[in-house]
Unconditional design. Structure first.
Lengths: 236, 905
């Protein structure tokens, strides 16, 4: 029997390591970043763990901006990032929470809680007037997002607070302390938020946006996405 | 023709110069002349001659006969026999010289040889010749004769030759003829393979071990061999192995080791012995290290404890012997010159010996594990045996989890191997490795879901011991995650991992942790899932509800109760209902009375009668405290209807107490009446007494008396003295003489009523034995009228009594009338007027008579006359005779009253 030994520690038999096992091992092993444009998971996909986030869909915003404008931003940003590929976000949305992990048996209870918390929330008009670069928590990706204008933020922050209260019921992390409410449109790998050229380009675009009065949409529903399930909550 | 003529001329010539004896021979000679080829005539001649006087003549005639008829077996046989007898007679006679004897013998032998020229196909002749030679002690000649015989006779007749031949060679083998004997025996074995065993014995006897072993091997290899001594192949094997192991140097023709090893593989029941034999073989061959190797190999392969101890003992003995030998040598060496090398060697041997002894438990454990590799406790034991060698412990654990098939595991759960393995790492502060073990354990096969759940729980407990509870929580949450497809918990074809998410054990632990470390919402989610999966127990439901109540979610808690109640059936749901109702009443009191009532009704609707008591009490309490007294009473009424008989009495007690408290004492009357009516007698008596007491207290003497009178009907005075005593006390205190008398009258009639009942059992009789005189009177008088059997018995007893009191049955026994008449007169003069007082006259009813035994009556009527008639009338009078002497007890109790009544009358 061979052992993989390290100094001072008791060895672990190789046979043991060779045995099948490791929880959710099969799905973790199948995780290949190349399969999804180089993105890495911040937590492993595991049976029973449901990645959950709450957001307002912002498809209307995209319509208002127009496809060609986003496309032009994309190519410009790609150039500013020294040719790094910049991808459009599949379904633009206004995030109201972090991505948290729910257990399967908690989903129903959580959505119930969320429903009751959002029960008497009103629709809020959202106006964005600035394009900014935001890195994710572990700085593996940078999002280029439209930031909400000062005047439209408070209404949304109220929504965030309600969602947070539902989160804390389940002992889950709440949203960032000073939320930068935004709608992500594009993303690229790596942390590009500090790039001078990118900053300059973003400032230019923001200036254009601000001068045209920004773009906006009406957030009239909140979606809780948990794994592959979606729960809609309409706002009054 | 010429020859014939010549012969007859000679014969004729003889005739003319004859002795008288020869003259007697003449007719025979003539007959021979006439019939020279007739065996009969020759034999007749021999017979004529064989008078023992001249054996030579007989021989001559035989010689002539066999010359004439050389092919006649009959003649040769007789001739040879005659010769042999002659020789024997010579040998036995003391006055024959040795030379003469030898000459005689050689002539006889020559005759045999001549006979064999013609008779060489005759086994009898050969046998006789051989035997004759043997007897003469001519070894070589007899051997040759045997050999010639074997050559001449066909194979089928060799059977007859071999036994004497073998006897011969065996006889002479020890005296320098061993080689010859061996050669003969080898030939014999070729002729008759069954004789091998004997041959082997012979060889062993003469220390020809190598050949003996070779022959044994041949025997064993011969599948068709049938032992003439009934030995089995197995026994032969053993013999062979013994031979081989004892004589390693002598046996060179076969490969002893190969043979013994084959034996080991073939005869599993002799493994220990055979291994020892093999080692011994090496040892005797002087190959000590090989012997040690063999011992080691044996210890590592035997599978039974018996073989193991056999081999181990032999091995230990061997090592010990070695040590002793070396020590002795060393001592001698030391005496000669101090040699460090020798002492080193003996030290090494000593160490070897100690090492062997130390390893014994471990080796034994190995044996047991080889025997049953799925024996979990043995694996644990092994780990313990290796206590100070962690690397080997790890190896053992690894081997255990790899080897043990959880489905075959005996005397323990295979999952404990995994958890102990992980705990081992935990003990050595290698948490990550412990986690690895748990991970593998979670993926490994287990016999039951419970086993897997045990692994997970142990894992979570470890995480709890060493880190933030969130880790344990996350772990358990992972464990209870449902699989991607729907699985039946009891479907054995599914792997346990797929069924784990419905494990009650796991969920219980999980909700426990959620309750302690999670938030209320997460705990609720977990509990809800448990209820959804239908794996909750009533206790879990209660825990859930209590948790909600503690967090002031009362309505939620009640909803949980409702859910739980819907899940379970009676009687499992009892505890749930109880908790629910108590908590509900505590919470709302009278605020939601209608709802509470609904709940109670709902609960009682399906509740089995024997379990319903606490619910009725709760219900009644609720009604008393918050509702209407009348409703409470209703509840009690319902309870009394519903409850089984044995639970009713305590309920009546409570009911009466409550009624007295709520509605006043007078209202309890109805309850008492109902109790007395519906309860069984024993309990009804209690209630009667209490009821009567109550009435007495209330001053309702008549009512009380009525109660007593009613109850009297179920109180046998023999058994329920207490009641009668109580009544008497009551009458003394509250009644008049008349009522007292009435009571006594009732008592009598009740006694009478009970006395007619046959179920007066032995126990009751025993109880009554110590009781009042009433009972004795009853015993002697009552049954005689009611029970014929008893009457007969009594009769028997009385007839056995001494003569002096025989008057009792005087009439029957034809005693003189005078005796019969006078004796009762003396005895009965006092007993008197039973009949009078009852007014029954001479022909009194026996039962009445017995009632009349009561003291009051007798005192009432002590003026009565006509004793004689009465006593003579019935044998019962004898009984009364006894009664009177014992009756005063009650009369003392009622002394004054009785006197009063006397005065009145």
């Amino acid at each position: 029997m061979s052992f993989s030994s390290s100094s001072g520690r008791l060895p672990v038999p190789q046979d043991l390591l060779a045995m099948p096992g490791g929880v959710g091992g099969a799905s973790a092993a199948a995780d290949d970043p190349l399969a999804h444009q180089g993105r890495t998971r911040s937590f492993p996909a595991e049976r029973g763990q449901w990645a959950t986030s709450v957001h307002c869909p912002a498809g209307e915003l995209l319509d208002e901006l127009g496809e060609h404008r986003v496309e032009s931003w994309r190519s410009a940003l790609s150039a500013a990032c020294h040719g790094a590929e910049v991808h459009p976000v599949d379904s633009p949305h206004l995030s109201l929470s972090r991505t948290v992990i729910l257990r399967h048996h908690q989903i129903a209870a959580y959505t119930d809680a969320l429903r009751s918390k959002l029960a008497d929330s009103a629709c809020c008009p959202v106006v964005a007037d600035k394009l900014i670069a935001l890195p994710n928590d572990d700085c593996t990706r940078t999002f280029f997002a439209l930031r909400l204008a000062e005047h439209s933020a408070p209404a949304c922050e109220q929504l965030v607070a309600r969602v947070d209260s539902a989160m804390s019921l389940f002992g889950l992390p709440v949203y960032y302390d000073q939320p930068q409410l935004h709608v992500s449109l594009l993303w690229t790998l790596g942390d590009r938020s500090q790039d001078r050229s990118v900053q300059r380009l973003l400032d230019d675009i923001s200036g254009d946006l601000a001068s045209s009065g920004g773009v906006g949409f009406l957030a009239d529903q909140v979606v809780c996405r948990s794994g592959n399930k979606e729960f809609m909550f309409s706002l009054s | 023709m010429f020859f014939y003529l010549f012969g007859s001329i000679i014969n004729t010539l003889f005739i003319y110069s004859l002795t008288p004896q020869e003259e007697e021979d003449l007719p025979y000679e003539e007959e021979i002349l006439r019939n020279p080829y007739s065996v009969k005539s020759w034999l007749r001649y021999v017979e004529h001659k064989a008078d023992g006087r001249r054996p030579v003549a007989v021989c001559q005639i035989y010689e002539r006969a066999v010359k004439q008829l050389p092919g006649s077996y009959k003649l040769w046989y007789r001739y040879l026999r005659y010769r042999r007898l002659l020789a024997r007679a010579r040998a036995n006679s003391p006055d024959v010289s040795d030379a003469d004897l030898q000459a005689e013998l050689s002539v006889a032998n020559a005759a045999h040889e001549r006979a064999l020229v013609h008779m060489h196909k005759m086994p009898r002749i050969w046998l006789d010749y051989c035997r004759f030679l043997t007897r003469q002690g001519r070894i070589t000649e007899s051997r040759r004769a045997f050999d010639r015989a074997l050559r001449s006779l066909p194979l089928t007749q060799h059977d007859r030759l071999w036994p004497p031949y073998l006897r011969l060679v065996r006889l002479h083998a020890p005296h320098g003829c061993l080689e010859t004997a061996l050669r003969v025996l080898r030939r014999y074995v070729r002729f008759k393979p069954e004789g091998r065993e004997d041959f082997v014995d012979f060889l062993l006897e003469h220390q020809r071990l190598d050949e003996a072993v070779a022959n044994l091997v041949a025997i064993i290899n011969d599948d068709s061999f049938q032992s003439s001594r009934g030995k089995s192949k197995h026994a032969l094997w053993q013999e062979l192995c013994n031979l081989l192991s004892r004589n390693p140097l002598e046996v060179t023709s076969v490969n002893a080791e190969a043979i013994i090893r084959q034996g080991i593989s073939r005869y599993t029941d002799q493994v220990g012995r055979l291994w020892t034999a093999l080692a011994e073989w090496h040892l005797r061959a002087g190959n000590i290290s090989r012997a040690r190797d063999v011992f080691e190999e044996a210890l590592a392969t035997v599978t039974t404890v018996r073989d193991f101890s056999q081999v181990f003992d032999a091995s230990a003995e061997f090592e010990e012997g070695l040590v002793r030998q070396l020590m002795e040598a060393a001592e001698e060496g030391a005496a000669a010159a101090g040699d460090s090398e020798e002492s080193l060697e003996s030290d090494l041997a000593m160490l070897r010996f100690e090492h062997l002894i130390e390893r014994r438990p471990l080796l034994l454990n190995s044996v047991l594990l080889r025997q049953n590799p799925h024996c979990v406790p043995e694996w644990h034991k092994r780990v313990q045996l290796l206590a100070d060698r962690p690397a080997e412990q790890i190896g053992t654990y690894m081997e255990a989890v790899k080897t043990v098939d959880p489905h075959k595991a005996s005397a323990g759960r295979a999952c404990t191997l995994w958890t102990e393995f992980a705990k081992f790492y935990e003990k050595h502060d290698q948490l990550s490795d412990a986690r690895t073990v748990f991970e593998k354990a979670a993926a490994a096969d287990h016999r039951t879901v419970d086993d897997l759940a045990y692994v997970w729980c142990q894992w979570a407990e470890m995480e709890l011991r060493h880190g933030p509870p969130e880790k344990a929580l996350a772990l358990l949450a992972k464990a209870v995650a449902p699989p991607s497809h729907k699985v039946d918990f009891y479907d054995r074809s599914e792997p346990v991992q797929a069924r784990l998410h419905k494990s009650l054990k796991l969920w219980s632990f999980y909700v426990d942790l959620e309750e302690s470390y999670g938030t209320l919402a997460t705990a609720r989610a977990a509990y809800d899932r448990m209820l959804d999966l239908q794996i909750a127990t009533p206790q879990i439901v209660i825990n859930y509800a209590v948790m909600l109540e503690e967090s002031a979610y009362f309505e939620e808690a009640f909803r949980v109760y409702e859910r739980g109640i819907a899940l379970f059936k009676w009687p499992n749901v009892e505890e749930l209902w109880k908790t629910y109702l108590i908590h509900f009443s505590d919470r709302y009191g009278g605020a939601k009375l209608e709802r509470a009532r609904d709940l109670f009704e709902q609960c009682l609707e399906h509740c089995p009668a024997e379990l319903s008591r606490p619910f009725f009490l709760l219900y009644a309490k609720l009604e008393e405290e918050h509702g209407l007294a009348k409703r409470a009473m209703n509840v009690y009424e319902r309870a009394l209807e519903r409850l089984p008989a044995n639970q009713r009495a305590p309920m009546f007690n409570i009911y009466i107490n409550r009624v007295a408290e709520l509605l006043g004492v007078t209202h309890t009357r109805a309850v008492y009446e109902k109790a007395i009516e519906s309860l069984p007698d024993a309990e009804a008596r209690e209630f009667c007494l209490r009821f009567a007491e109550l009435e007495t207290r209330l001053g309702e003497v008549d009512r009380a008396r009525a109660v007593y009178a009613y109850c009297a009907q179920i109180c046998d005075p023999r058994l329920h003295e207490q009641f009668w005593h109580a009544w008497q006390e009551f009458e003394i205190a509250n009644g008049s003489e008349e009522t007292l008398r009435e009571m006594l009258r009732v008592k009598r009639s009740v006694t009478a009523a009970f006395s007619t009942q046959l179920n007066y059992t032995a126990a009751a009789a025993a109880a009554a034995g110590s009781a009042d005189s009433d009972d004795q009177a009853e015993d002697s008088a009552g049954p005689s009228s009611s029970d014929p059997m008893r009457a007969l018995e009594q009769q028997q007893q009385q007839s056995a009594q001494p003569k002096g009191i025989l008057f009792v049955r005087g009439k029957d026994q034809e005693q003189p009338a005078g005796v019969m008449r006078t004796a009762p007169a003396a005895a009965e003069s006092a007993a008197s007027g039973v009949a009078n007082s009852n007014g029954a006259g001479g022909k009194a009813n026996p039962e009445e008579l017995q009632i009349g035994g009561d003291d009051d009556d007798s005192e009432d009527s002590d003026a009565g006359g006509e004793v004689m008639e009465e006593a003579g009338e019935d044998s019962d009078g004898g009984g009364e005779n006894i009664e009177i002497s014992e009756l005063p007890v009650p009369s003392e109790v009622l002394g004054s009253l009785a006197k009063d009544s006397d005065d009145e009358s």
